[in-house]
Design a protein around this ligand. Structure first.
Ligand code: CO
Length: 175
């Protein structure tokens, strides 16, 4: 079972090289109150100009993430399950707050159906397309320890290889 979430500590984005990003995160227990933690995550995501943020990216290996793909559609996905991926597979230039300054083209299906709980812990089902579908898949990967660099074409990954290595080294030194 995950330990209690500690509030009041300064929440920070975890960078590539921190092993928490590679863990398969645990289900959020039904009695765990995430409200203030989620508020803090939204503050941090907006401050960082991100459109999605998963719990492992702030050091909590738990299965939830937040998104706001257009700055006015905040959404919370707790214990999500992507039940269907469909539509045309399209390429999109993806970045990640855990990889400052880095990015690359990732090919993913353009539509998903996802089931999750919202911040009030009520179950919902959502069919998403375009940017929201991409963000959901990117964040869902995070809670399974999968990162966008795992989905880059070999050549693209080769291009940023030295920067990735440098980032991981910096991160490990700071742990
Ligand atoms: Co990311």
């Amino acid at each position: 079972m995950p330990g209690p979430l500690i509030y009041g500590e300064k929440m920070e984005i975890v960078h590539y090289g921190n092993p928490v990003l590679r863990e398969k995160a645990e289900e959020v227990p039904s009695n765990m109150d995430l409200n203030s933690f989620i508020d803090e995550m939204f503050d941090l995501m907006y401050k960082s100009a991100g459109i999605g943020l998963a719990a492992p990216q702030v050091g909590e290996s738990l299965r939830f993430f937040i998104t706001d793909f257009d700055g006015q559609s905040p959404m919370v996905f707790i214990n999500p399950r992507i039940i269907e991926r469909k539509g045309e597979k399209t390429a999109m230039d993806e970045g990640c707050l855990s990889f400052p300054g880095l990015g690359g083209q990732v090919i993913r299906p353009s539509q998903v159906i996802v089931e999750a709980e919202n911040r009030e812990r009520r179950p919902f089902k959502l069919e998403a397309s375009e940017l929201l579908a991409k963000v959901i898949q990117h964040e869902y990967d995070h809670i399974n320890g999968v990162l966008f660099i795992d989905r880059l074409e070999t050549e693209e990954k080769e291009e940023i290889k030295s920067e990735l290595k440098a980032l991981a080294t910096r991160t490990r030194k700071s742990l």
